[in-house]
Unconditional design. Structure first.
Length: 251
């Protein structure tokens, strides 16, 4: 009897017993958003408490680029408070990223077929690893970006950094690298959903390389060539890797 029920359920055109109504989707969305907001709030409190450690961590590329002279100068009485809140929000985003990505995939999973649901956990793990790798790569190359930006104006300029501007740049750069490193996850997902095929992606590789290079040049926050290449080269590699993974997953 169970086999018959399963065959009936999997028959073409048969209604999906796991299908959710609009009200159930909205309830699920509210639950996922609540969990994500709670995780972000807790992580932000942790980052607020660990402010000194995060500040020293984010300031380290500046210290290495400037040979240990890395004082940051505030210009207003509220700068210290806004700086701490900004670091707490950024730290909360990074620390809660695994929960945020998991909740996103848990919300998407009910809309997938049973064959596609088995990829949910690998997708979440890959998203977390790639986001962390992107943030780490941006952090590593930020020292070189500072050296480039410090030299582009000439030797007569004295560098006095405002912490809000400096930290906004490094945090935005880390977030951008982390977000763009989700690119292969998106491509593999589109292939599994049969929106595009591996053959189509492979036929578009020249335009993809040009588009990735231009996007890296435009959206790299620091604007230096080395950081642009540090973003573009992995994305080109991920493009071809996602085609290979898509071909293997569709077999």
């Amino acid at each position: 009897m169970r086999i018959a029920d399963r065959l009936k359920r999997d028959a073409p055109g048969s209604p999906d017993p796991d299908a959710m109504t609009l009200a159930q989707h909205l309830g699920e969305l509210r639950h996922r958003l609540l969990v994500a907001a709670l995780a972000f709030g807790v992580a932000s409190v942790v980052a607020f408490i660990g402010y000194e450690h995060l500040l020293n961590f984010l300031r380290d590329p500046y210290c290495r680029a400037n040979h240990g002279h890395c004082a940051l100068y505030v210009t207003g009485p509220l700068d210290g408070l806004s700086l701490r809140i900004k670091i707490a929000a950024f730290g909360g985003l990074i620390l809660s990223a695994p929960v945020l990505l998991y909740e996103l995939w848990r919300f998407i999973t009910p809309g997938l077929k049973s064959r596609e649901r088995r990829y949910a956990i690998p997708f979440v793990l890959a998203s977390i690893v790639l986001f962390g790798a992107g943030c780490a790569l941006a952090y590593i190359f930020f020292e070189h970006a500072l050296i480039f930006l410090g030299s582009i104006g000439g030797p007569d300029l004295q560098q006095i950094y405002n912490p809000n501007q400096y930290l906004s740049l490094i945090m935005w750069m880390m977030f951008l690298f982390g977000a763009t490193f989700e690119f292969p996850v998106l491509l593999v997902g589109l292939q599994l959903a049969r929106v595009v095929t591996p053959a189509q992606l492979l036929s578009w590789w020249r335009w993809a390389v040009i588009g990735i290079t231009l996007a890296s040049a435009i959206f790299t926050p620091s604007g230096d060539p080395l950081s642009m290449l540090a973003l573009a080269v992995p994305l080109v590699f991920f493009y071809f890797l996602s085609i290979l993974i898509g071909k293997l997953a569709r077999r």
